[in-house]
Design a protein around this ligand. Structure first.
Ligand SMILES: C[S@@+](CC[C@H](N)C(=O)[O-])C[C@H]1O[C@@H](n2cnc3c(N)ncnc32)[C@H](O)[C@@H]1O
Length: 279
């Protein structure tokens, strides 16, 4: 096995986690190779910037961040009542705005991100997590079954079908036996924007909960909840949280109850999500 991969034994020593592949990569060259189009690099790939990560600003941004962090925190509280979370990660961690929530519940947290400038920013903003640049979300530098918790937050919806298949296999590979996967993605199949047939370009592809359940068919889909964003958003729906678990095969191992997250007015709740605490 390569020495520069995430191993569960790394948890005993921070210095070993610092040795994982890419950790020491120089970041001061981030952005080198941009062409005269600021959203493309020299390979003509779409480059993600902060304005693309969240599509609203100011009060709407503040409210959305509050509500999203609160809901992810509720899921993590629910899971961590059930399982000790030694190592957690976010795949496609952007500049770390959601990764920060994981640090409260997981003993060690890694954010994997392709954009090096985001890695640079998130290392400064969220010093309690480790952030690693990766070339492809389908090749995470980790040994198998390393992570007790994996988050993707509005990332899979930006992948074309081919890449999504590979990334889902990779997530299944790195997720620990009895580990949890939380994804929050656009689930309205009518939503298709950008250039879904061009792997170098930006796209958003809505896929139904059923599609995600089939994609992660080796995992158990435990529950779904609507994604809540700012109350003054014109959008009718903004996607769905889907919580999966890599089963141990024993029925008694399944967590019961639901995370206490607030319902969205007018949005049909999943049967598993009816016991909400209204805040
Ligand atoms: C909408 S942002 C979400 C970032 C973070 N999860 C959050 O919620 O703040 C989408 C993220 O996915 C990454 N991403 C999108 N398409 C990608 C691709 N084809 N390969 C690798 N990363 C990709 C972007 O770099 C960006 O960090």
């Amino acid at each position: 096995m390569r020495s520069h991969t995430v191993r569960r034994s790394d948890l005993r020593s921070d210095s070993r986690i610092r040795g994982i592949r890419g950790y020491g990569l120089r970041l001061d060259k981030a952005g080198a190779g941009f062409s005269n189009q600021p959203w493309m690099n020299s390979e003509d790939r779409f480059i993600w910037h902060e304005t693309h990560v969240v599509d609203v600003r100011d009060s709407a941004f503040a409210s959305r961040l509050y509500r999203e962090q609160r809901d992810v925190r509720s899921f993590l509280a629910f899971i961590s009542d059930w399982k000790r979370l030694r190592l957690g990660c976010e795949i496609g961690s952007g500049y770390g705005r959601m990764t920060a929530v994981l640090c409260k519940f997981c003993e060690q947290v890694i954010g994997f991100e392709r954009e090096v400038h985001f890695v640079h920013t998130s290392r400064i903003l969220v010093p309690t997590a480790h952030f690693l640049p990766i070339e492809s979300l389908s090749e995470v530098p980790s040994e198998a079954e390393a992570f007790d918790f994996v988050l993707t937050f509005t990332v899979l919806q930006h992948l074309n079908h081919l890449l999504l298949d590979r990334v889902s296999l990779e997530i299944g590979r790195i997720l620990a036996h009895d580990g949890f996967l939380l994804i929050c993605e656009e689930t309205d199949p009518a939503v298709v924007t950008g250039f879904p047939n061009d792997p170098q370009a930006y796209c958003t592809i809505g896929r139904s909960v059923d599609t995600y359940a089939k994609l992660f068919e080796t995992l158990d889909l435990l529950l779904t909840c609507p994604r809540r964003i700012e109350r003054n958003s014109p959008r009718n729906s903004a996607g769905t949280y889907m919580l999966f678990r890599k089963s141990t095969g024993k029925k008694s191992d399944m967590p019961t109850g639901t995370p206490s997250v607030e319902p969205s007015p007018g949005v049909k709740q999943s049967p598993a999500c009816t016991d909400f605490d209204v805040l």
